[in-house]
Design a protein around this ligand. Structure first.
Ligand code: PMP
Length: 428
């Protein structure tokens, strides 16, 4: 509990040493000391079910990842300016998961760096600066990408326009893709009118920070075509949906039936090891590469590539995509069943093991159940389930567990959520 003197002391030290921008989750911040599979353990040995963390995508402390990392770390770790086979093997394997048109890979350490590089490449290719993003997007923390990350709350650059994210629940799915495309066209036209030539249309293809907007499948295609027509390059930010999480495809954009010019990726790529990258069509990357040098000290080093390869192997060998598809469906069905006796649940959506549950005070007005959602998140934590929330109203439960999540884990989560929802005053 918060009265725990050790915990209180740690919180005070954090504030003093790390400053106020380091935010903690939960009323009673969590202090894990060990992880295994879909579980995190505190110092007293209590197990918490992780339904939130997508970085340890293959499971916390997976032995195959630990082994690959320690073996390579004990042998050689340098950088990409010496010859090393692992980076080539890894690039071949990873590019093999992407459409044929995407032929080149650049490795970085963070998703922010990958998106930052995507901007530089697009600016070079198009000769423009104009960027269109969705209105609650997060694409990273360097100053260039923070300028196109409205969810940070610090505003966007003069060369950036935001469009309302395509929300099938609030707007309805009829004509959703076309309406989104019209907004993209207008946004680029407005940029041109203000002297900014179109350069980049960047989309997180599961719209994680916009509130997990997963469907209907294919609804992004018209907007992608609109952006291309305007002369921009299309960047699929796969940091959240990539690496099989959506179950039906290895990459989120594949659910929508288009091929981007640039694909950026990160988070689950190294299962916790800092690893990210950018893959692109050869004609997009090579012009930039011939003119400019890009070097990332740690990106693509032999240890990272050994880890990345182990992640791909585990996803394949343990059939984690199939599991994501199967358990994801089972989980959403269970959540929809819960909705039949909990009016607070307005919508259940998602793809594979990436789901959003939107809580509303009234199903007609769809008023954000902000405080209720906060209570649900904290109550679940007290019942040893780790989760968080998203969306402009902070009313969408974000469910993205490590991918070995089983039906049994899903049932435990649904049962506990049922108990917690029964305690919410408006539901009684
Ligand atoms: N893009 C998206 C969609 C993200 O969710 C994030 C991280 N939350 C990033 C980019 C930035 O990645 P990183 O934190 O590795 O820089």
């Amino acid at each position: 509990t918060s009265e725990d003197p050790r915990r209180a002391k740690m919180i005070a030290r954090r504030v003093k040493l790390l400053g106020p921008s380091y935010r903690l989750f939960y009323d009673e911040p969590f202090h894990p000391v060990r992880g295994e599979g879909v579980w995190l353990y505190d110092a007293s040995g209590d197990a918490y079910l992780d339904v939130y963390n997508n970085v340890p995508s293959v499971g916390h402390c997976h032995p195959k990842i630990v082994e690959a990392l320690s073996k390579q770390a004990a042998t050689l770790n340098t950088h990409t300016r010496y010859l090393h086979e692992t980076v080539l093997d890894y690039a071949e394997e990873l590019l093999g998961t992407l459409p044929d048109e995407i032929e080149r890979l650049t490795l970085t350490c963070t998703g922010s760096e990958a998106n930052d590089l995507a901007l530089r490449i697009a600016n070079f290719e198009t000769g423009g600066q104009g960027i269109v993003v969705t209105n609650l997007a997060y694409h990273g923390g360097t100053s260039a990408v923070a300028d196109m990350s409205p969810s940070l709350g610090s505003g966007v650059g003069d060369h950036v326009r935001t469009v309302v994210a395509p929300d099938g629940y609030r707007r309805g799915t009829e004509g959703l893709g076309e309406a989104f495309a019209a907004d993209v066209t207008n946004a680029f036209a407005d940029l041109e009118a203000n002297g900014y030539k179109p350069s980049v249309f960047i989309i997180d293809t599961i719209f994680s920070s916009d509130g997990v907007l997963s469907g209907p499948k294919g609804f992004l295609k018209p907007a992608v075509e609109a952006a291309k027509k305007a002369g921009a390059l299309v960047v699929a930010d796969e940091v959240q949906p990539g690496f099989g999480r959506t179950g039906d495809a290895f990459w989120g954009f594949q659910r929508h039936g288009f091929v981007p010019d640039i694909v950026t990726m990160g988070k689950p790529m190294g299962a916790g090891h800092p690893m990210a990258g950018l893959a692109a069509r050869a004609e997009v990357l090579d012009g930039f590469g011939k003119k400019y040098r890009y070097f990332n000290t740690f990106g693509g080093n032999p240890v990272s590539c050994a880890v990345g390869m182990a992640v791909l192997n585990v996803i394949r060998d343990e059939h984690l995509m199939e599991n994501a598809l199967l358990v994801g469906k089972f989980l959403r069905q269970g959540l929809r069943d819960l909705a039949s006796h909990h009016p607070l649940i307005g919508d259940v959506r998602g793809a594979g093991l990436f789901s959003g549950v939107e809580l509303v005070r009234d199903r007609q007005t769809k008023t954000y159940a902000t405080e209720e959602t906060e209570q649900v998140v904290n109550d679940l934590m007290r019942k040893k389930i780790l989760i968080s929330r998203a969306g402009i109203g902070g009313n969408i439960l974000k469910i993205r567990p490590p991918m070995p999540f089983s039906k049994e884990n899903a049932s435990f989560f649904i049962q506990t959520l049922d108990e917690v929802l029964r305690e919410i005053p408006s539901q009684k």
